[in-house]
Design a protein around this ligand. Structure first.
Ligand SMILES: Nc1nc2c(ncn2[C@@H]2O[C@H](COP(=O)(O)OP(=O)(O)OP(=O)(O)O)[C@@H](O)[C@H]2O)c(=O)[nH]1
Ligand SMILES: [Mg+2]
Length: 424
């Protein structure tokens, strides 16, 4: 994160944001398709289990899944949707994150037979955009529109028939029926799948997001999931709240979290005012999409090479990096909303974070434990003493996040003044 003196106006930023909306529409649609595929795959999984269980007369009935599938496949609406959306789909794959296994990415392409190897390959093929390319323009062209004028992005009538969105619009009712089917909900529950906690969840807004005139809101863009590769720069102008006050330019570089790119950026960012580090607390029961042997948040049992990929160890490597020794590190223990929901659903923190043991499985104790853990690493590994800034965040909640950002901005400005001896 980098700040400097006033430059372009906030108005320019706003226009740029508007021009991007239609491109985000395609991302939201990809996210919807992915969520529906998770459901279809769960049905296929139940069907496969049903077939294998009942093909052998000696196999005992152990779970409710076969019966659930039976009921689901008997529902004409559910079947119709499955058929409509199965077009172009290569085949089933294992469940999404059954009791803490791998996370299916929101724009993931899945094909093959559903074997473990197929799935690993599919995970590699998640649709991602490189921040160096004009991906928004590519989406725009894919949608069959000719103008590059930002205002035309907001005219969903143009080229509607060439727009893949019209297929989704035609399937909207079926998708709504499928998602709201109590049997499907029970089937997902039985397989431990919580689509509502996955990134890019829009199934509760299908009618709205598949409408021909749909233009993504700010909130939709925040909730949409698209993997980014490479480093992208975002510039904002922040105006002080009181009349006659000056504005400040804020530059934020997003360096992406994919393991193949981790910390390679460090030497290029040693003059930043601060580094914002987002660790998803909700990932405590998940493995990395890139490597299923590695827990997303902390990996108590993995091999040393695998361990380097989890959030805690990445934090350790950034804290200890001498090039970043003078940079403020601001930690966001993020996705608190999902973290709370998981604890409330009875998922046991101590079962995945072994060092936590049998302590209470409530939000206050578990979150304080993680804060202590990250704080301890910060203290022990920083080349020289520096303040530990830590916030519990749900960054998709703009209201609470803007309060945190104001707080951070003040901390950074205070730090800058301090470094030139303007304040004690
Ligand atoms: N519910 C919830 N979702 C969040 C939160 N923070 C991020 N997300 C969602 O998580 C998804 C991933 O967020 P990103 O910001 O793309 O994650 P990233 O770490 O940049 O991922 P890469 O680009 O692959 O490095 C998006 O769909 C976000 O909307 C949060 O606090 N709560
Ligand atoms: Mg990203």
């Amino acid at each position: 994160m980098h700040t400097n003196d006033p430059g372009k106006t906030a108005n320019v930023r706003l226009q740029a944001f508007r021009a991007e909306r239609a491109s985000w529409r395609a991302v939201v649609h990809l996210n919807v398709v992915r969520s529906i595929r998770v459901i279809l795959d769960a049905m296929a999984e139940a069907q496969a289990y049903h077939a294998s269980t009942y093909s052998s007369p000696n196999t005992p009935i152990r779970t409710q899944a076969p019966d659930l599938f039976h009921a689901a496949s008997g529902a004409p609406e559910a079947q119709a949707t499955a058929i409509a959306l199965a077009a172009g789909r290569g085949g089933p794959h294992p469940q999404a994150y059954p009791g803490g296994s791998g996370e299916v990415e929101a724009t993931q392409r899945i094909s093959g037979t559903g074997s473990h190897t197929d799935r690993a390959r599919a995970l590699d093929r998640e649709i991602a955009v490189n921040s160096q390319f004009a991906w928004k323009g590519v989406f725009h062209r894919m949608m069959g529109r000719n103008s590059s004028d930002g205002e035309d992005f907001n005219d969903p009538d143009a080229g509607w028939l060439q727009d893949p969105g019209h297929v989704l619009h035609a399937c909207a009712e079926d998708m709504i029926t499928l998602w709201n089917d109590p049997t499907i909900k029970a089937l997902l529950r039985a397989q431990g799948i919580r689509i509502e906690d996955m990134p890019g969840f829009f199934l509760d807004s299908i009618a709205r997001v598949t409408h021909p005139k749909y233009v993504p809101t700010d909130d939709d863009i925040l909730r949409a999931r698209l993997k980014t590769l490479g480093v992208s720069e975002h510039r904002f102008t922040i105006k002080e709240g009181f009349p006659g006050s000056s504005s400040r330019d804020l530059r934020i570089y997003d360096v992406g979290g994919h393991r193949s790119l981790r910390a390679a950026w460090a030497p290029f960012f040693d003059d930043m005012n601060a580094i914002l580090f987002l660790a998803p607390l909700s990932g405590f029961d998940q493995v990395l999409a890139e490597d299923e042997s590695v827990n997303r948040l902390i990996c108590p049992t993995a091999t040393p090479s695998a361990m380097q990929e989890d959030s805690v160890l990445l934090w350790k490597s950034i804290c200890s990096n001498p090039l970043l020794g003078k940079t403020d590190l601001i930690l966001f223990l993020n996705k608190i909303d999902i973290f709370r929901a998981k604890l409330e659903a009875g998922i046991q923190f101590g079962q995945y974070i072994i060092s936590y043991g049998n302590r209470p499985n409530d939000y206050d104790n578990t979150s304080a434990y993680m804060r202590r853990k990250f704080g301890q690493i910060h203290r022990e590994y920083s080349p020289q003493a520096r303040t530990f800034y830590c916030h519990f965040t749900t960054v998709t909640d703009t209201k609470s996040t803007s309060a945190v950002l104001i707080d951070i901005q003040e901390s950074i400005m205070y730090h800058n003044f301090k470094s030139v001896s303007l304040t004690g």
